[in-house]
Design a protein around this ligand. Sequence first.
Ligand SMILES: Nc1ncnc2c1ncn2[C@@H]1O[C@H](COP(=O)(O)OP(=O)(O)OP(=O)(O)O)[C@@H](O)[C@H]1O
Length: 475
Amino acid sequence: MPESVWNHCISCLQSELSPEQFNTWIRPLQLDQSATTNEIALLAPNQFIKSWVTDKFLGRIIELVSECVQDRDARVVLGVAANSLARHNRPRTQPVAKPQAAPQITREILPSPSPAPTPSEPRADRDVDVEGGLKHQHRLNTQFTFQRFVEGKSNQLGLAAARQIAENPGGAYNPLFIYGGVGLGKTHLMHAVGNALIEKNPNAKVLYLHSERFVADMVKALQLNAINDFKRYYRSLDALLIDDIQFFAGKERSQEEFFHTFNALLEGGQQIILTCDRYPREIDGLEERLKSRFGWGLTVAVEPPELETRVAILMKKATQQNLNLPHDAAFFIAQRIRSNVRELEGALKRVVANANFTGRAIDVELVRESLKDLLALQDKQVSIENIQRVVAEYYKIKVSDLHSKRRSRSVARPRQVAMSLAKELTNHSLPEIGEAFGGRDHTTVLHACRKIKELQEESADIREDTKNLHRLLTS
Ligand SMILES: Nc1ncnc2c1ncn2[C@@H]1O[C@H](COP(=O)(O)OP(=O)(O)OP(=O)(O)O)[C@@H](O)[C@H]1O
């Protein structure tokens, strides 16, 4: 009985949540078969997932269970899988016989692990040179610290996970997979963990590199017949941070090598952090087994920051540079520059350069002048209201239908088209777009964008509609 009830919950939750939410929080939950008949006992792979699920989803799970079970005493209990607790306590350098304890992976078969370096072995980084003359270096940006990172709703989860890892590397959130659009702080977060690890233990071997660098190092090692040294080097690290792993796509030999390195590090309890511009399952040209392994630990998304966070970031950057940035000037910049933090920083730099050049103090007027070109470009951009008006007209529905809760296909599809156009043609963040469509959640917008992308491949009608709308809005 509990199994069929849980299956019902799973299928409902799958349709209600975004794929990211479902994959990150619900899929890893395992039904505890030893529970009593009037109890749904679920096991989370780690404490972090347990707390998050308790906070965000348990209420809904209880509702769904009570829909199915007539027994008023039925209970839902959520615990942490015992094997994941055991993993926390095992010595960090000892190879383990089993793969990571997340329930969904226990069915997978790992290749035989290569032996972890023993204390008597020479540390590969000191006597092997597979990196074009570089001995081991951290290569971390010391500016990218937790102290310099501004927390907001859009990055809250990533930041919490990164902090946990800095406290307990190689623990439950291994690997940490951070994904999201450009300039949103993924690299910053990953360096922040690295910097914190080194602050705690200056001898920690933390390596940060871009995935292209990993590929280049590997090719070089192959050319120099030094692939074993290459392997030893990577496997001797305490933490490996690889940025933009979407560049592994299509590079089969590198994926193969990375796969083995990845397994060896995980089995040795060494921490891995990866960033990517998209969700692992969406990386074309990446082997299935890698996609699946990337999901073993914790996968978190970073979103474009909301207005208050953008203001806070600007104020923080100004304080770091000893700048006098009035709040209204920061607010003005934050209101206009919405896409990502890198652009926000770029805008602030322009303002500062202009202030230095003219000797004027920073105020809204100076900001307006400094960002004149950018703002003129923005004025030409399409607004959400405009998109809603044009889409409603095109599909012969009312704009208010787009804001409404109506779910009939004749309204829901145009609404999804409009949301996906808003994402594509404006700089608004997902939460802002959701808000503009009758206060919907950002996951609904994400789902709409995915759905329309999918439909564009399958349906000539949708392709035609979106092409026409695009033309109407941009010409
Ligand atoms: N929450 C934040 N607080 C302070 N600074 C931030 C924050 N988010 C991003 N930044 C800053 O924005 C800039 C871009 O961030 P970062 O390089 O980490 O982006 P990214 O997501 O890795 O982008 P890409 O995918 O292009 O590599 C950096 O200078 C970083 O310090």
